[in-house]
Design a protein around this ligand. Structure first.
Ligand SMILES: Nc1ncnc2c1ncn2[C@@H]1O[C@H](COP(=O)(O)OP(=O)(O)OP(=O)(O)O)[C@@H](O)[C@H]1O
Ligand SMILES: [Mg+2]
Length: 452
C-alpha cells in the first residue's frame, strides 16, 4: 500500500532526529504537530507491535488537535481508533495511546505503562516533573529506539524549564549530551518552513502580526526570549548580571534564607558604601534537614567573612506543635541566628522591583555565578488571581526569589518607615503603581506617600 505524504524539510529533520530527547519548537503553524503525527505513523509502521504515547495537557486539546489530525492522515486500511480508550491500532500490532494530563497527578495513570516513544505536543504546557516522570516510562524488551519527542511554541507555564533543558545549552540543531548522559537536540520551527499553510492561508501571517508584542515574538517569530506573564519585566541580564569581583571587607554582608525541606535557598548579599546591593554567592539545595542546611550555609561562609545578619521569613519563627521549637531556634542551635523579615509578599516584591529599577543607591546587581537566582527571577509569572503578586507555581522557581524578597524588604523598609505616619495603600493604588512607568511611579509616590 502506498501512502502519499508530503513533508517539509524541517519535519524531515524532526523525523530523522535520533537523539534521546528531541524538541521541535517555535512559531505557531510551522508544522510541528503535523510532523509529530507523521513521525508517529512512520515509527508505528517501521517497528511492528511498538507502543507510543502522545500527550497533550487537556483532553479537549488532544481531541481537537492531535486525534482529529491523525484520523485525517492515518489510512483507514491500516489503522483503527478506539474513541473510549483513545488508543489507535495498526494492523502490524503497533499502538498509539493518546493521553492527557489535566491534573498534575494524571501522570501516575501511566505508572505501570511501558512505551517505546513518548510524544508531548505543546510541551511548555507541562511541568518539568511530569516530563521527567514520564521519561521513566520509556522501557521495554524490544530493541526499538526509545525516545521522547516533543513539539511546542515558546511561552506557557513550562517555558523556562523547556528553554533551559533544550534551547539554552547548545546552538540550535546541535546535539548535546545532558548531565545524565542523554542526547538532546533542539530543532527550531518557523512559519516560513510550512509552505502548506503559507500558500493555503496567506493572511495567517498578517493575523499573527496583529498580536501584542510578546505573543507576536513567540508565535510569529518563535522567539524563546520571552516570558508569558513575566512578573519581573524590569529584570535585564545585561544590566543586572555582572562579573564577580572581590567584595571590599568594609561592605556590610547579609545572608538571606528561604527554607523548607523541599528546598533551601540562601543568598549572600553585600551592600556597598553607596547603598547598592550585590548578590555575590548563592546556595540552593533540596531535601536538607535543618542541621545539614545550617552546616552547608556555614561551610560556604569563609571564617573571616563578617556576616552582619542572616535574614529569614516569619514562618520559620513559628513553633512546631511536636517539638515546641521553631525552625529558627533549631538553626540557632546549629550556629545560625536569624533576623526576622516581613512576609508581606506584595511589599516585598515591590521592594525587589524597586531595586531592579534603581541605579546606584538602592540598586541590586547579581554575580553571574548565582545561576539559580538568575534563572528563577525572570521566570516568575504574574499570579492570575492577584496580579500584584507573583505565581507560586512552578514552586521550584520561587525559593531563590523568596530569599531575595526577604532581603529587599528588610533593606528598603528602614528608610521608608522613618518619621511621619503614612497612609495605607489600597490594592487599587498598588495596581496603578505596578502598571506605571518610572515617571508614573514617582508621581504616585508623591500623591499617595511612600508605599507601605
Ligand atoms: N506536511 C504537511 N502536509 C500538509 N499539511 C501540512 C503539513 N505540515 C503542516 N500542515 C498543515 O499546516 C497547518 C499547521 O501545521 P501544524 O498544526 O502542524 O503547525 P504547528 O507548528 O503545530 O502549529 P501550532 O504551533 O499552532 O501548534 C495545519 O493545518 C497542518 O495540517
Ligand atoms: Mg501544534
Amino acid at each position: 500500500m502506498n501512502i502519499n505524504l508530503k513533508i517539509t524539510k524541517k519535519q524531515m529533520e524532526f523525523i530523522n532526529a535520533g537523539e534521546d530527547e528531541v524538541l521541535f519548537g517555535g512559531a505557531a503553524g510551522g508544522g510541528k504537530s503535523y510532523g509529530q503525527i507523521i513521525d508517529a505513523l512512520l515509527y508505528a509502521l517501521k517497528y511492528p507491535a511498538s507502543k507510543q504515547l502522545i500527550l497533550r495537557r487537556s483532553f479537549a486539546e488532544l481531541d481537537k488537535s492531535i486525534i482529529r489530525s491523525s484520523l485525517a492522515v492515518y489510512p483507514r486500511e491500516i489503522y483503527t481508533f478506539n474513541f473510549s480508550s483513545h488508543t489507535g491500532r495498526f494492523i502490524n500490532g503497533s499502538i498509539i495511546d493518546f493521553g492527557y494530563c489535566a491534573a498534575s497527578s494524571d501522570v501516575y495513570q501511566y505508572q505501570s505503562a511501558e512505551y517505546d516513544v513518548i510524544r508531548f505536543d505543546e510541551l511548555t504546557h507541562f511541568a518539568e516533573w511530569q516530563y521527567v516522570y514520564l521519561l521513566s516510562r520509556l522501557r521495554g524488551a524490544s530493541e526499538y529506539p526509545r525516545q521522547i519527542k516533543s513539539t511546542t511554541n515558546p511561552g506557557g507555564i513550562g517555558h523556562s524549564w523547556v528553554k533551559r533543558r533544550f534551547v539554552d545549552p547548545a546552538p540550535q540543531r546541535t546535539c548535546f549530551v545532558s548531565e545524565e548522559g542523554l542526547k538532546r537536540i533542539f530543532l527550531p520551527s518557523f512559519l516560513s518552513d510550512n509552505d502548506f499553510l503559507c500558500k493555503g492561508d496567506p493572511d495567517y501571517e498578517k493575523r499573527l502580526l496583529a498580536l501584542p508584542e510578546r505573543e507576536k515574538k513567540a508565535l510569529l517569530f518563535g522567539d524563546w526570549n520571552i516570558f508569558e506573564g513575566q512578573y519581573f519585566t524590569e529584570f535585564d541580564p545585561r544590566v543586572h548580571v555582572i562579573e564577580p569581583f572581590e567584595i571590599p571587607r568594609s561592605w556590610r554582608k547579609y545572608r538571606t534564607v528561604d527554607y523548607g525541606l523541599d528546598r533551601l535557598a540562601c543568598l549572600w548579599i553585600a551592600v556597598s558604601d553607596d547603598g547598592s546591593a550585590y548578590v555575590y554567592r548563592e546556595f540552593c539545595e533540596s531535601n536538607l534537614p535543618i542541621s545539614a542546611a545550617a552546616r552547608e550555609i556555614l561551610a560556604r561562609t569563609p571564617k573571616d567573612e563578617d556576616v552582619y545578619a542572616t535574614l529569614a521569613p516569619p514562618d520559620l519563627f513559628s513553633r512546631s506543635q511536636e517539638s515546641g521549637k521553631s525552625k529558627a531556634l533549631l538553626f540557632s542551635e546549629f550556629g545560625i541566628n536569624f533576623t526576622k523579615t516581613s512576609n508581606d509578599r506584595e511589599c516585598g516584591w515591590l521592594a525587589v522591583k524597586e531595586m531592579l529599577c534603581a541605579e546606584g543607591r538602592g540598586s541590586i546587581r547579581i554575580f553571574k555565578t548565582a545561576t539559580e537566582l538568575i534563572r528563577c527571577l525572570p521566570a516568575l509569572t504574574v499570579d492570575k488571581l492577584r496580579p500584584t503578586d507573583c505565581a507560586t507555581e512552578p514552586h521550584e522557581l520561587t525559593h531563590a526569589p523568596d530569599a531575595l524578597r526577604g532581603f529587599a524588604i528588610f533593606h528598603t523598609r528602614p528608610s521608608s518607615v522613618d518619621g511621619a505616619v503614612r497612609r495605607q495603600w489600597s490594592r487599587d493604588m498598588w495596581e496603578d503603581y505596578y502598571a506605571a512607568d518610572k515617571e508614573g511611579k514617582k508621581y504616585l509616590k508623591e500623591k499617595y506617600g511612600e508605599p507601605n
